[in-house]
Design a protein around this ligand. Structure first.
Ligand code: C5P
Length: 221
């Protein structure tokens, strides 16, 4: 029975720190992890490789239904090829958010997302984990941060990796992506009515982590 397996959902805009938080929570509790954004990124990358137009909904649905994806010790595999780094680019992120705005495509990967719910528990991060995919989650976190703070975090991350980008261009990309994610008709980015909203603009990831661990301990007690 999957219904008794506990799920923690972490939703929020890109750069809010939800991915890092989800990894740490999954490690702390020894639970499985679902990075749902990676699924949309992989799908967008698969469409690029197979020359499928991002406007061709039926073809994208077919791709989504047979997506060969594997997460293994921090690595992401598509068709048995390591795509961990290539799916992290801003270009793939922007394509992912276009693909993710299509209702039939979202429906096509619901089953895949549910299949990650395995004992002893799951930490799932994304945009609609608490609202649509795992509405019965035991704890739902909605992690926010101002667009400026998120752009700066991304800028420093890229700089540390030796990649030069303009902060202004990053801020623009983030704002455009946020708008598309929040304004779309299907599964828009918004906190579930029973989510705990945390603004991480002036908090360290450590502070956020400790706060959430305490919350989960309280709910599971
Ligand atoms: O979280 P990440 O930046 O990797 O997600 C890439 C894109 O996938 C997001 O901009 C969003 O449009 C989409 N996404 C989504 N629903 C999710 C996770 C990601 O629509 N649950």
């Amino acid at each position: 029975m999957t219904s008794v397996i506990p799920v923690i959902t972490v939703d929020g805009p890109s750069g809010s720190g939800k991915g890092t938080l989800a990894v740490r929570l999954a490690q702390h509790f020894g639970w499985h992890q679902l990075d749902s954004g990676a699924l949309y990124r992989i799908l967008a990358e698969k469409a690029r490789i197979d020359n499928v137009d991002l406007g061709d909904v039926p073809a994208l649905v077919v791709l989504a239904e047979v997506l060969e994806v594997r997460f293994d010790e921090g690595l992401v595999w598509l068709d048995n090829r390591d795509v961990t780094d290539e799916i992290r680019s801003e270009t793939v992120g922007a394509a992912a958010s276009k693909v993710a705005a299509l209702g039939p495509v979202r429906e096509a990967i619901v089953g895949l997302q549910h299949s990650f719910r395995q004992a002893p528990g799951l930490v799932a991060d994304g945009r609609d984990m608490g609202t649509v995919i795992f509405p019965d989650a035991v704890v739902k976190i909605f992690l926010e941060a101002s667009a400026r703070v998120r752009a700066e975090r991304r800028y420093n991350q890229l700089k540390n990796n030796g990649l030069g980008v303009s902060l202004r261009a990053l801020l623009e990309t983030i704002e455009q992506r946020d708008e598309r994610d929040r304004e779309r008709a299907v599964s828009p980015l918004r906190p579930a009515s029973d989510a705990v909203v945390i603004d991480s603009s002036s908090m360290s990831i450590d502070e956020v982590f400790k706060h959430v661990v305490a919350l989960v301990a309280e709910r599971l007690a």
